[in-house]
Design a protein around this ligand. Structure first.
Ligand code: ADP
Length: 572
């Protein structure tokens, strides 16, 4: 049966209480006994002594004058003595006293009777004095005994009390200390900790409850740990099976993982990067530093095993709930696409070049046909020749765009920068579109306000860009409208602009028009969507910048700025 702490404390209390009651009872008993011995019984003896003393006094007076009253008092004292017999032998002496006293009454002059009476009285006194002494001794002995017993019991009480006091704190404190130690161990994730109290009280029950809690935590820890380890292994397998090089970085900037492909590219061992801070890694690895700094996702080249490989970088965020917990840098190997792209560009360049020669010669033949020296054409024939000429020009234009694009793509834009007259460049462009403008009755107004200032430009490519702007303006502007061809000096630049009265462009497409193959949805059919992207490359490669301003319904302005010639530099 479990003895609870409460029971233990109660039993201890009851035991102490019992002992104290015992001390009280014993004290009461001995007090009574001593009082009795030293008080009640001794009192009788003292009374006898008083009677005896009075009787002796009466005896003296009996010999003197007042014998009647003395005899009366003697008698009274004798009667009182007869009722107060307490000691053995006292009765006989008292009876003898009575007899002698009665005899003296008859024979008042008898001295022998008087001396007998006196002896009787002193005998009675003797007995009582002895009794008083004896009782005193007995009371003393009882008091001594009581003192000893009470001292023993009180010592026992003190001992029990002290033992209880000494043991009580440890009874509470030692299991509390063990429990505290156990709880600390659990707080430190030491789930193997157990408390052994070997008690059946409340502390024992608490220790049992603690142990079962620790066991459950231990089970949980092991089960979740193995689960986490399994998940980690699984994630590692998935990451390593990725074809793309992947590097995970947490939001504190520590590298979480890098798969084999990434390690190979970075030429690092796992230990040199995983678990390290990105600051530390980027100090010793140029590619890693480049990957962290590079913001835009333009393709870049890495030489792996002596072969050029092309990659683009993607950053994928790792989110935990709504918060960003880190990111993964993914390097997509686009070498095969790049190779296909190069092959495509080469193919386009070759085909365009090959087609350009026969088209140029057919253009020449068309011009000969138009010449009256080769024979007169009927109106219907003239019409056919004209259509043929336009188709031919369109094809030549497309080929020129494809060739330019090939140049741009292969990064082989060949520039011939000179100090050129901006007006000449603009005039060349206008001349090549003048017929097309005339067909739509569009007026091209020249607005040249740069004076004689020269511009640093490749005249041919800049004219090509202006020609592209003008062709688009003519294409999109309504009949009978006006196109403004402007040249103006702006600080250290010359600004070229073509303003049309066409439909304009919605704001969301304004920047996109410079992207390759982009056409504003719903715009006129025809065209490749390449002209403006090539124009951008041509202008930027000359150190200029291209721009567009447009609002739907209010026409468009396409333009670019090129640096003016520094007058301190020698003229070309
Ligand atoms: P495209 O050969 O199709 O004209 P561009 O690169 O020259 O190719 O132009 C891209 C697109 O920009 C065009 O398809 C057209 O939608 C839009 N665009 C260009 N110029 C103008 C303009 N002057 N007015 C309205 N839209 C234009």
């Amino acid at each position: 049966m479990a003895v609870t702490l409460k029971t233990k404390v109660a039993l201890g209390g009851i035991f102490l209480f019992g002992l104290l009651i015992l001390v009280g009872a014993l004290s009461f008993y001995y007090f009574n006994r001593i009082t009795e011995e030293a008080g009640g019984i001794v009192k009788d003896n003292y009374e006898t002594l008083n009677y005896s003393r009075d009787m002796l006094k009466e005896m003296d007076e009996l010999q003197g004058g007042d014998s009647i009253s003395a005899s009366k008092k003697f008698k009274q004292n004798l009667q009182a003595q007869e009722k107060n017999i307490t000691e053995p032998g006292e009765k006989e002496l008292t009876d003898s006293l009575r007899i002698n006293f009665e005899a003296l009454k008859q024979k008042t002059s008898s001295d022998s009777l008087r001396s007998l009476i006196r002896r009787n009285i002193s005998g009675i006194m003797q007995l009582n004095l002895q009794a008083i002494n004896k009782k005193n001794e007995a009371a003393k002995a009882s008091a001594e005994k009581a003192k000893t017993i009470i001292t023993i019991i009180l010592t026992l009480c003190t001992l029990v009390g002290l033992t209880f006091l000494y043991n009580f704190p440890s009874l509470i404190a030692s299991p509390v200390a063990k429990l505290t130690q156990g709880i600390k161990a659990i707080a430190n994730k030491n789930y193997g900790e157990r408390i052994h109290l070997n008690r059946k009280d409340e502390f024992g029950q608490l220790a049992d409850a603690f142990n079962s809690m620790a066991e459950k935590l231990n089970d949980y820890e092991h089960s979740s740990l193995s689960k986490i380890l399994f998940e980690k292994k699984r994630a590692e397998t998935v990451i390593n099976s990725l074809k793309d090089a992947s590097i995970g970085i947490d939001n504190k900037g520590d590298v979480l993982f890098a798969n084999e492909q990434a390690l190979q590219l970075l030429n690092l061992k796992e230990l040199e990067i995983v678990g390290q801070s990105q600051e530390g890694v980027q100090k010793k690895n140029d590619l890693f530093r480049f990957l962290l700094k590079e913001q835009n996702s333009t393709p870049f080249k890495i030489v792996v095993d002596g072969k050029e490989n092309y990659f683009i970088k993607e950053i994928v965020d790792i989110n935990q709930g709504n918060e960003k917990a880190g990111s993964v840098i993914v390097l997509k190997n686009i070498t095969s696409f790049k190779e296909l792209d190069v092959a495509k560009t080469n193919f386009i360049a070759t085909i365009s070049h090959e087609l350009k020669t026969p088209l140029a010669s057919s253009d020449f033949s068309i011009k000969l046909l138009e010449d009256e020296r080769t024979g007169r054409l009927s109106d219907a024939q003239k019409e056919l020749v004209n259509n043929l000429k336009q188709d031919n020009h369109r094809m030549l234009r497309i080929l020129s765009e494809l060739l330019n694009m090939a140049q741009v793509e292969t990064g082989k834009i060949q520039l011939d920068i000179v100090n050129a007259d901006p007006q000449v460049i603009m005039d060349n462009a206008i001349n090549s579109v003048i017929n097309a403008a005339r067909e739509k009755n569009i007026t091209i107004r020249k607005d040249y306000r740069a004076g004689d200032i020269k511009v640093r430009a490749d005249t041919e490519k800049t004219s090509w860009v202006l020609n592209n702007f003008l062709s688009n303006a003519i294409k999109y502007a309504p009949r009978d409208s006006t196109i403004n061809a402007g040249i103006v000096k702006k600080e250290k630049e010359i600004e070229f602009s073509i303003i049309d009265q066409g439909p304009g462009i919605q704001p969301e497409y304004l920047l996109k028009v410079f992207e390759r193959f982009f056409k504003v949805p719903g715009s006129k059919a025809g065209g490749t969507g390449l002209g403006l992207s090539i124009s951008k490359e041509f202008i930027e490669s000359q150190g200029g910048h291209i721009w567009v301003r447009s609002e739907p319904g209010s026409g468009s302005t396409f333009g670019f700025n090129l640096p003016i010639t520094d007058p301190n530099l020698s003229q070309d």
